[in-house]
Design a binder for this molecule. Sequence first.
Ligand code: AMP
Ligand code: MG
Length: 469
Amino acid sequence: MKIPFDNSYATLPDAFYARLNPTPVKDPKLLAWNADLAKVLGIEGEDRNVLAQVFGGNLVPEGAAPLAQLYAGHQFGNYNPQLGDGRAILLGEVIGQDGIRRDIQLKGSGPTPYSRMGDGRAWLGPVLREYVISEAMHALGVPTTRALAAVSTGEPVLRETGPLPGAIVTRVAQSHLRVGTFQVFAHRGETDHLKTLTDYAIARHYPDAEGPMRLLRKVCAAQAELVAQWMSFGFIHGVMNTDNCTISGETIDYGPCAFMDAFHQGRVFSSIDRQGRYAYGNQPQIAVWNMAQLATSLLQQMDDKESAVEEATEIVHAMPDLLEAAWLRRFAAKVGITQTTEEDVALINELLGLMQTDGADFANTFRALCKDNARDQFTNREAFDAWAATWRARIEREPEPYAKMQSANPAVIPRNHRIEQMIEAAVEGDMAPFERLMKALATPFEETDPELQRPPTPDEIVPATFCGT
Ligand code: AMP
Ligand code: MG
């Protein structure tokens, strides 16, 4: 098989990474392969055994320059001076047929110098979870890392509950640069490395941005758009630490994330997020907090500190408005409105308030609204009727609102209970639920598999998700 590597990160100073190969595994088997993505990447060869060897980490392909990246980050608000790829190895980069440079990274490929207490491995559950949800996000049009392959290792992984089947996911990203990549050099006072990193990030992601403050502005804009999209699909990332916040503006790190069923602004799934720091409704303000950390790091390299601080402050302070505007645009589309006015904010918030009081299903309520039959989603129907009357009068002024709403309100989302059922089956060797989910989620705005639109029954509800590393 051939991967057309063109590596750039590996040419950066040694301090940015540790070079090492993946640790070979006992019996790699290919569980999933993303042929469409492979095509974009220009990867040739489809021998499943060879793919399993390569994406299981047993065979380092020609042209690869395997390394683990260094980074730091704020985890739940506390700074951790050294994180880094503890269980991931970047094989290298390719420039795709679309001209975009992307990283190809194995996750779960064995220990690295940054593993700390971890074993460098992943188990099948989180691997398939990331595969399904990241590809679902892509199909929804949300910027995200992607999944190229899932390989089972034939080795057990020890977790709290006992031994679990090991697996490796191959993640493809426009880069793995994070806020935490900047933080590590800024906190260490390594200004030369910080400058090198800044230049690299600009060249790779925002070539028209001149200087660190322009870069900051671009990343703020990208993150504002991203988080507004998460909000509009009822997505809760779950672990918005600065090491999980990309410079490219792609969603990364599908750990304890989830799509909400019953709507609530305070919804949290992650079992480790006890304070609700990363609750659904907090996500915009956390994005701003993360951008403030990026600003602080970028400032370390500025010669004219005073004016730079002023500019950085202005950029970060402007972000809530960006978020608000992006949020309004996305939610307006969900209710059939194109040209928004001041009153539309209240109209949308009123609907969300009713949904929250009734615990209405987020995806199904908006989807039903596309056919104007959302009434059944509410217990307080009078309150909904009153809202709907105002709404109908409002969208009379819109051309073809219902058709537009269909492309903003997915029919199928990767619901938590379906993900859990898929994992349980996969552990038993049955990949049929995985295939079924992948098929329906590839065209989420079409009603191809109505059963997957159903919310969980009380005994199917998955109340919490685990980082489950
Ligand atoms: P995450 O919560 O996935 O963003 O991971 C935070 C940090 O923990 C990163 O530095 C990871 O590489 C590291 N990590 C997570 N799981 C493991 C593991 N099983 N072995 C080694 N390092 C890990
Ligand atoms: Mg992470």
